[in-house]
Design a protein around this ligand. Structure first.
Ligand code: ZN
Length: 445
């Protein structure tokens, strides 16, 4: 690939092909990938046989639904049964050149292996995605994600492949990161949305205006739903005078599997690498386009460890309408929460992101909030703690009532609201902990 900065697409033929061409490509890749998994992974051979299916029975993309699903628990069990890589691996270890490991909250981290070709494919995809978000060879890109076994770390190599000057900043204290951004006059960074917000506020407190004294004009964010919540994005953009692009990654596949183009209307999906199904979590049936369901993913090329019908636990919605940018890949419209983040309050589903959208579009709130669920007298109770903004001079009771009504209107859930002083809640330096479920036993779907 050339570094011609006037070029609109990284890979024009692929990125603008028709839906029929996408589907034909996916079917061909999927048939080959299922065969590879069946022939080389003891786990897949056994699980396909237990389900009574064979790779050659897949003649259309819909046929994939006959194949069994798996989840994180199975990944962990198979890895523990057969260290290091588990028996989902489909190449000998000598062909593996890189592993990431995901920091699960319980148990041993699960590893994700790559062959050299898997790794090269991944980095080329990251370059394509960065290009679609407007990153160009003249940019200076500060990668502010963890490098220690974390799959987000090597994404910086995508920016490097694209030709940008890359600064492997890592996760350093905020004062240090601000100094790096200032010294190098970095034009782009990647971090979590909570941290982008926190870092911008920290800069202001230090008397540094990110809009005029720093050069950051593109912020890539991932790891939390905030980047796809317009109100959150707008607040971060205003703080920095920059454009915010949401990215979605999955530790068991790629650091980014999708990201926003400059239209910022959904996240273009790595459709030639990962096949997506959006399923009703209860019935397992596909939901209609645009509807919310659990995202189930199948790798199409990753030879070291294929993932066939991996249940992510993420509740998402997708569209396959072409984007105004001219790209035709499917777009992830939103990650509405984790399936296990989804709160069920007296039988009604509510996501933290629903509340987030409300508190962040109202200037009388600081934007920080927390949800607490408990069950006094055997009845679920949702309490929303929300900070008033420093400038708000009205009554807390009026503010609480406004939030209560809006949450009720959006979700149907009646909540208690507690208004806190600005800065009363702890600021997130990594992933924000926004939900505290104090119910002894949580009823989940
Ligand atoms: Zn687009």
């Amino acid at each position: 690939m050339t570094n011609d900065t006037d070029r609109k697409y990284w890979d024009p033929a692929l990125e603008t092909q028709s839906r029929a061409a996408w589907n034909a490509l996916k079917l061909e890749l999927l048939q080959r990938h299922l065969r590879h998994a069946y022939d080389n992974s003891p786990y897949y051979r056994a699980s396909f046989e237990a389900a009574g299916v064979r790779p050659e029975q897949l003649r259309s993309l819909d046929d994939l639904r006959r194949f069994p699903t798996l989840d994180k628990k199975i990944l962990r069990e198979r890895q523990e049964a057969q260290p290091l890589l588990g028996d989902l691996a489909a190449v000998p270890e000598r062909e593996v050149v890189y592993v990431s490991a995901s920091s699960g909250s319980t148990g041993v981290p699960t590893v994700s292996p790559f062959t050299q070709q898997d790794f090269d494919d991944w980095i080329d995809y990251e370059a394509r995605q960065f290009w679609s978000s407007g990153l160009r060879p003249h940019d200076r890109y500060a990668h502010s994600l963890n490098f220690s076994l974390f799959i987000g770390g090597p994404c910086v190599l995508g920016a490097q492949k694209l030709g940008a000057l890359t600064i492997h900043a890592g996760t350093v204290p905020s004062e240090r990161l601000l100094a790096i951004l200032k010294q190098f006059q970095a034009t782009a960074i990647w971090t979590t949305p909570s941290y982008a917000w926190y870092l911008g506020e920290t800069a202001q407190k230090e008397g540094l205006d990110p809009r005029t004294e720093l050069a950051v004009r593109r912020i890539f964010v991932a790891g939390e739903p905030g980047g796809s919540i317009p109100e959150t994005r707008a607040r971060i953009e205003a703080l920095w005078g920059a454009q915010v692009y949401d990215y979605y990654g999955l530790s068991d596949i790629f650091g980014a599997c999708a990201g926003m183009c400059e239209e910022k209307n959904g996240l273009h999906w790595a459709e030639d690498h990962i096949l997506v199904e959006v399923l009703d979590p209860d019935s397992g049936e596909p939901v209609a386009p645009g509807e919310r369901g659990e995202m189930v993913l199948t790798t199409l090329k990753k030879r070291a460890r294929p993932l066939i019908r991996f249940r992510t636990g993420d509740i998402v919605s997708f569209t396959d309408e072409p984007c105004a940018c001219g790209r035709t890949s499917q777009r992830l419209l939103g990650v509405h929460g984790r399936r296990d983040d989804m709160l069920i309050i007296r039988g009604v589903n509510i996501f933290p992101s629903d509340v987030e959208a409300i508190v962040r579009q109202d200037q009388d709130f600081s934007g920080e909030y927390r949800l607490i669920v408990d069950r006094p007298d055997h009845l679920d109770r949702l309490t929303i703690e929300a900070e008033r903004s420093a400038a708000y001079a009205g009554s807390d009771a009026a503010l609480a009532e406004r939030l209560r009504e809006r949450v009720k209107a959006l979700t149907g859930v009646g909540a208690q609201v507690s208004i806190l002083a600005a800065e009363a809640l702890p600021r997130a330096t990594h992933k924000a902990k926004r939900v505290e479920d104090r119910r002894g036993q949580v009823w989940t779907a």
